[in-house]
Design a protein around this ligand. Structure first.
Ligand SMILES: Cc1ncc(COP(=O)(O)O)c(C=O)c1O
Length: 477
């Protein structure tokens, strides 16, 4: 039941309605508890939350309370919820070619692949091909296959704090042992390299004086044969590829310092290690460039994408790879396949998203809005010593919650903020609202902010007031 449809909204009736909705939700929660696996992330929340509808930057619960969403489904919904153009493209495709076995062709698949190929050509000056799949992790699996096929290596390098998904292959290159521990041996587990996380430098250095000590440590691995990394005689490394997120997503929206990737990529190139650029969370203008790696002056060999490609509508993901890796003689028919891999509803929505992105001025608007939002975070930091660090690249922003010393991570405070926002009853400027946040980072104390790319300045001001209230309330308790 939706309170919007009520004819009589007298206080007594509203109360009755509220009770009915609550009763119904409680029944559903009880049922969910019996019939749904708890293996996903729903039960991270103390009381799992139902939502009824969504629009723009807002989600609405069954009582029609609005929640300002500052993380947009982990950056899957870059163009705002219920985006009319994307919805219309999906509806049109349902009426035209709603389904088709992936062994046959449809024009949207080819056109979308062509747009992705063109965008990589424009961003990195490289030619290549696209292979679609359904989810991000599955596309990561395809990238792993391609690397194995090309290099004959099954060992990979990846970053501490990196997240590449939870299928078995993707878990093997994701740093958290938590995701692997219950599931037996991972013989092909990646070697994890410390990420340049300057606020908490893994080597205890200072950014101003370190001279990129962290990348020197990677370079050192190739000094001689005794580091267990490569064989100077054959010229081969034991590792096929380095899987990187230009800006770490789940790891806490950590932005590496200038010059880091250039040196890392050179070392990899010099030793035959491919660079796989995981753009699943940071792609599609989240950072102000279509591909976030465009900020860092290197050319990836493989790009993996998903999430915002369809604005979070019908699932579609994919990889782009350099022609030398994915040409038909190298990666022939049947090399990889999934029933739903290039589903026509996904390709039609993806195509519309790519059109919207090419017609908009996101290279200008995203950095401008990002700078505005970062100033808001700086203002909050000046009021609340518990905010240890704020940073941002475009509209990928971070706010690190700490103890009053501004450094000791406070998972408790971040958790409280997450739960309190979900209650949906924060009162600011005469409005009652909820706030949707996501918590990431190595110590689970970082508010990772990924608002809609269409967020307005008014909504950002509202975000300021909501966050201010939330922090003030949560640190008091
Ligand atoms: C950087 C990155 N890679 C891979 C994945 C896995 O994608 P999916 O959840 O669609 O399998 C995610 C998901 O959050 C991600 O952020």
């Amino acid at each position: 039941m939706n309170t919007q449809t009520m004819a009589d909204n007298s206080p007594t009736n509203a109360l009755l309605d509220h009770d009915m909705i609550e009763k119904h939700e409680n029944e559903l929660l009880e049922l969910e508890n019996k019939v749904c696996s708890h293996g996903d992330t729903v039960h991270y929340a103390q009381r799992p939350k139902f939502f009824e509808h969504c629009e723009g930057s807002y989600l609405y619960d069954g009582y029609n309370n609005a929640y300002l969403d500052l993380q947009m489904w982990y950056s899957a919904v870059n163009l705002g919820y219920a985006n009319q153009r994307v919805n219309d493209a999906l509806k049109a495709q349902i009426d035209k070619l709603p389904q088709l076995a992936c062994q046959y062709l449809h024009k949207e698949k080819v056109e979308l692949a062509s747009k992705v190929v063109d965008s990589v050509q424009k961003g990195f000056g490289e030619t290549g091909r696209v292979h679609f799949n359904v989810g991000g992790s599955q596309a990561v699996e395809d990238a792993l296959k391609l690397v194995r096929k090309h290099t004959g290596r099954q060992h990979m390098l990846a970053f501490e704090g990196g997240y590449h998904g939870r299928t078995l292959g993707a878990s093997a290159i994701t740093s958290s042992y938590r995701y692997r521990e219950p599931f037996g041996e991972f013989g092909d587990r990646a070697e994890f390299i410390p990420f340049p996380y300057c606020f908490r430098c893994p080597y205890g250095k200072k950014k101003e004086t370190c001279e990129l000590y962290c990348v020197q440590q990677v370079e050192r691995k190739f000094d001689h044969e005794y580091t267990g990394t490569w064989n100077p005689k054959s010229g081969h490394a034991e590792f096929g590829a380095f899987f990187v997120e230009s800006v770490q997503g789940t790891g806490g929206y950590v932005i590496p310092p200038e010059g880091y990737y250039e040196r890392l990529a050179k070392t990899c190139q010099d030793h035959g290690i491919l660079i796989v650029d995981d753009e699943i969370q940071m792609g599609f203008f989240r950072t102000g460039k279509l591909w976030s790696m465009e900020h860092f002056g290197i050319k990836p060999d493989i790009i993996v994408f998903g999430k915002a490609l369809t604005n979070g509508l019908n699932p579609l993901s994919g990889i782009w790879a350099k022609e030398a890796l994915i040409s038909p003689d190298k990666f022939g028919p049947g090399s990889t396949h999934s029933t739903f891999s290039s589903n026509s509803l996904g390709t039609a929505t993806g195509l519309e998203v790519m059109k919207i992105l090419s017609e908009g001025d996101y290279e200008k608007t995203v950095p401008e809005k990002g700078a505005y939002f970062l100033n808001i975070l700086k203002d909050l930091k000046s009021k609340h010593p518990e905010i240890g660090d704020v940073d941002g690249l475009g509209l990928a922003l971070r706010m690190e919650m700490c103890e009053a010393d501004g450094f000791t991570p406070s998972r408790a405070l971040a958790d409280k903020m997450f739960q309190r926002g979900l209650e949906g009853n924060l009162k600011v400027n005469g409005k009652t609202l909820g706030l949707i946040l996501d918590i990431g980072g190595y110590y689970k104390n970082v508010v990772t902010l990924a608002p809609s790319l269409e967020i307005t300045h008014e909504e950002m001001d509202l975000a300021h007031d909501l966050l201010d209230l939330l922090i003030t309330e949560c640190k008091k308790n």
